[in-house]
Design a protein around this ligand. Structure first.
Ligand code: AMP
Length: 474
C-alpha cells in the first residue's frame, strides 16, 4: 500500500440564513470531536468570499469580531485534525481559490486514495499546490477542467477522485454538497422549518450539529449524490454509476457523537447494543462494569445491562481535556491519559472489574488505564472491547496509525492481553458487530477490522477512464 497522512474532519454549511456564519460556527462547535487542530469558515455576501482559518479550537478561534466579519447568508466551515508533520495553517480548510468563473471554497471530510497520482499529474501540467492536503487536488481538477459549467467541472473532477469524500463547496451564489459514490463518510441535510429563517438549508457531517441550531433533519446526502442549494432551492444530481456502498462502521464504534443519528440509526443505541452483544459473547464473573469514559460509556451500559453486573464509574474524566488520542505529538498523547482520567479507589478497592472501551489502537492508553485501576485497588481487571481488533489502517478519513503501530496487526489477543496487563481480554466478534443490523454487513466498510479495503490504490487504472456525463447548466 501507500503511505500518506490521514485526516479526521467535520464539514458544516448553511444556505439562506442571515446569520449563516454564526450557524456554521455553532455547528462546528457541535462537531469539534471530529477534528481539533484547525478550523475555518468561509462566507459569501454575494460579492466575494470572506474567509477565516486558524489553528485551534472552534470556540477559541471564532470570537465575536471574527464572526461579524463573515457576512452573508451562506457559509461553509471545517474542523480538521491530521497526523504528525502536517499540522500547518496552510492545510486548514476551507480552501479558497479563484478560477475563471470566480472564487470557490471547499471543505472536505475523507481521504482520496489516488490523491498522490492525481497531484503528480496536475503538477506535471503546471498546477502549483499550496498545501499537502489531497483536498487541494479536487480544487485543481475543477480549475483545470475544460467543462464550461461549474457543475460540469465538479462532476468531472469527482469522477477522477477515488476514495472517501463528503464535500461542501461555496461559490458567490451557491452551496454544493457532494458525497462519494460509496458513501464512506456521513453527510446530512437539514432545514429550518419554522421561524424567521424558514427554508434555510444546513448540511453537516452529523445530525448533532442540526440539533444545536434547531434545524430539522431532512435526509442524508446519498452516496454519489451532488446537491446544489441556490435561489432555485435544492437540486439533486446523481452523475456517477452506482457503486457498492461502504459506510464507515467505525463512525458507530467510536467516531460519531452518540447523540447523532447515522445511516438511519442512533449512535448511542448502536453502541449499547455492541456492549450487550459483547457481554453475550465474552461473559466474565466480576463485581462491577466500568467504562473508559467517554467513548466506552454506552457499550459499558449495554454490557452491564446484559450481564446483570452493576455499572460503576471507576474512572472519572476531566471534561476540559479533549480526546487524548487527538493530539499530534506522541509526548502529549502519553502525558494525556493521566490528565484525562482518574481512578476511584472507593469504587475499585478489592473489586473484580470489567473495564469496557470501544477499541484498542496502539494499546498504550489501555495499558495505562489498567495500571491505574490496579493502583486504585482493583483485584482483577478484565478488558472488554466493543469492536473487533483494529488490524488495518484506514485510508478513508479515520486517523488510525500505520500498520506497524497498530498493536493487533502483529500481536495475538493473548499477546495484547499481556502487553496491556489485563487478567483477561476479549474483543467483539465481527459477526457480533453486525447483530444490531440483522447480521447484515453489506453496505459497510470495516477495513480497519477486516483488512478488506473497498477501494484500493491499485484501482488507479480506473481513474483514467473518465465517466461520460452530461454537462449540466449552471
Ligand atoms: P490505545 O489503548 O492507546 O490503543 O487507545 C485506545 C483508545 O483510543 C480508546 O479509548 C479509543 O476510544 C481511542 N481511539 C480509537 N480510535 C481513535 C481515533 N481515531 N482517534 C482518537 N481516539 C481513538
Amino acid at each position: 500500500m501507500f503511505d500518506k497522512f490521514h485526516e479526521e474532519c467535520a464539514v458544516m454549511g448553511v444556505y439562506g440564513h442571515p446569520e449563516a456564519a454564526n450557524m456554521v460556527y455553532l455547528g462546528l462547535y457541535a462537531l469539534q470531536h471530529r477534528g481539533q487542530e484547525s478550523c475555518g469558515i468561509v462566507s459569501s455576501d454575494g460579492k466575494g468570499l470572506i474567509s477565516h482559518r486558524q489553528m485551534g479550537l472552534v470556540a477559541d478561534v471564532f470570537r465575536e469580531d471574527v464572526i461579524k466579519r463573515l457576512e452573508g447568508s451562506r457559509a461553509i466551515g471545517h474542523n480538521r485534525y491530521s497526523t504528525t508533520g502536517q499540522s500547518h495553517l496552510k492545510n486548514a480548510q476551507p480552501f479558497v481559490v479563484e478560477y475563471s468563473q470566480g472564487p470557490i471554497a471547499i471543505s472536505h471530510n475523507g481521504n482520496l486514495v489516488n490523491a498522490e497520482v492525481l497531484r503528480k499529474e496536475l503538477e506535471d501540467s503546471g498546477s502549483i499546490f499550496q498545501s499537502t492536503s489531497d483536498t487541494e487536488v479536487i480544487i485543481h481538477l475543477i480549475a483545470t477542467s475544460k467543462e464550461s459549467t461549474l457543475m460540469g467541472r465538479i462532476v468531472e473532477a469527482l469522477s477522477r477522485a477515488r476514495g472517501a469524500y463528503s464535500l461542501l463547496f461555496l461559490t458567490l451564489d451557491r452551496m454544493i454538497a457532494a458525497r462519494d459514490p460509496m458513501g464512506f463518510r456521513p453527510l446530512v441535510v437539514g432545514r429550518f422549518n419554522s421561524g424567521p429563517n424558514e427554508g434555510a438549508y444546513v448540511v453537516a457531517s452529523e445530525t448533532c450539529a442540526l440539533d444545536l441550531i434547531e434545524a430539522t433533519y431532512e435526509r442524508e446526502v446519498e452516496p454519489g449524490e451532488i446537491i446544489t442549494f441556490s435561489a432555485n432551492g435544492m437540486e439533486s444530481l446523481k452523475p456517477f454509476p452506482p457503486a457498492p456502498q461502504a459506510k464507515c462502521i467505525f463512525e458507530y464504534v467510536y467516531f460519531s457523537r452518540p447523540d447523532s443519528n447515522l445511516y438511519g440509526h442512533n449512535v448511542y443505541q448502536v453502541r449499547k447494543a455492541l456492549g450487550r452483544q459483547l457481554a453475550r459473547e465474552s461473559a466474565v464473573n466480576a463485581d462491577l462494569v466500568t467504562p473508559v469514559p467517554d467513548s466506552g460509556v454506552p457499550a459499558a451500559m449495554g454490557f452491564a445491562e446484559e450481564s446483570g453486573i452493576p455499572l460503576e464509574f471507576g474512572l472519572i474524566r476531566n471534561h476540559y481535556v479533549g480526546r487524548t488520542f487527538i493530539e499530534p505529538q506522541q509526548s502529549i498523547r502519553h502525558f494525556g491519559v493521566k490528565i484525562k482520567l482518574n481512578a476511584q479507589r472507593e469504587v475499585l478497592q478489592g473489586k473484580r472489574v470489567v473495564v469496557v472501551d470501544d477499541s484498542i489502537v496502539r494499546g498504550t492508553t489501555s495499558r495505562k488505564i489498567i495500571r491505574m485501576l490496579r493502583d486504585a485497588g482493583a483485584k482483577e481487571v478484565h478488558m472488554r472491547i466493543s469492536s473487533p481488533a483494529t488490524i488495518s489502517p484506514c485510508y478513508y478519513g479515520i486517523d488510525t496509525p500505520t500498520r506497524s503501530e497498530l498493536i493487533a496487526s502483529s500481536s495475538s489477543v493473548e499477546e495484547i492481553r499481556r502487553f496491556i496487563e489485563a487478567d483477561t481480554l476479549a474483543y467483539l466478534s465481527r459477526e457480533g458487530m453486525y447483530t444490531y443490523f440483522n447480521g447484515q454487513s453489506r453496505g459497510f466498510c470495516d477495513a480497519c477490522f477486516s483488512g478488506n479495503y473497498p477501494v484500493h490504490f491499485e484501482d488507479e487504472g480506473h481513474t483514467r477512464q473518465l465517466h461520460l456525463f452530461e454537462a449540466v447548466s449552471r
